[in-house]
Design a protein around this ligand. Structure first.
Ligand code: SF4
Ligand code: SF4
Length: 145
């Protein structure tokens, strides 16, 4: 399953409720890529977006890699240096929020579903409390059978 909508439906079926702990963005946010279709949508997006560096176009943070058919994220919008953390992760009180929630990458929208397999990323139980909860509930259900 590679389809984003299907993955989002799967999360709903699993009863997934993000706790906004920010762990996924903190741990994995510097490994993200966009496929070329998503990169094109970002190129067509002509509003400035607010980031931890100020207002820029989303494309200022990406670098197209035609040979790999994707765009690499994230780069400093002025110096072009590679960033170690997503520039759109913002802490508010005890929670984290995404400053580009509506246009965030598909891989963020479907987390913790693995894009390549369409399955819940069980290896992420260490960083995502919801993956841990779903797996523990599933194990408890099966042990009752
Ligand atoms: S784009 Fe948003 S959801 Fe994705 S890593 Fe950055 S802050 Fe997290
Ligand atoms: S690690 Fe899981 S619960 Fe925490 S913000 Fe990411 S998806 Fe939500």
């Amino acid at each position: 399953m590679r389809n984003t909508e299907e993955a989002i439906e799967k999360l709903k079926r699993l009863g997934f409720k993000c706790q906004q702990c920010g762990n996924c963005c903190l741990e994995l946010g510097n490994t993200l890529k966009l496929d070329l279709d998503e990169a094109k949508k970002w190129e067509e997006f002509d509003d400035l977006v607010f980031s931890n560096f100020g207002y820029y176009f989303p494309t200022d943070f990406m670098e197209i890699m035609p040979e790999l058919q994707c765009a690499d994220l994230w780069f400093h919008p002025v110096t072009g240096e590679e960033l170690h953390r997503c520039p759109f992760l913002r802490k508010r009180n005890h929670n984290y929020r995404c400053l580009i929630y509506d246009i965030r990458p598909d891989v963020c929208k479907i987390f913790p579903i693995v894009q390549a397999t369409g399955e819940l990323g069980k290896d992420w139980a260490d960083i995502c409390p919801e993956v841990k909860r779903i797996m523990e509930e599933s194990m408890a259900t099966h042990s009752d059978e």
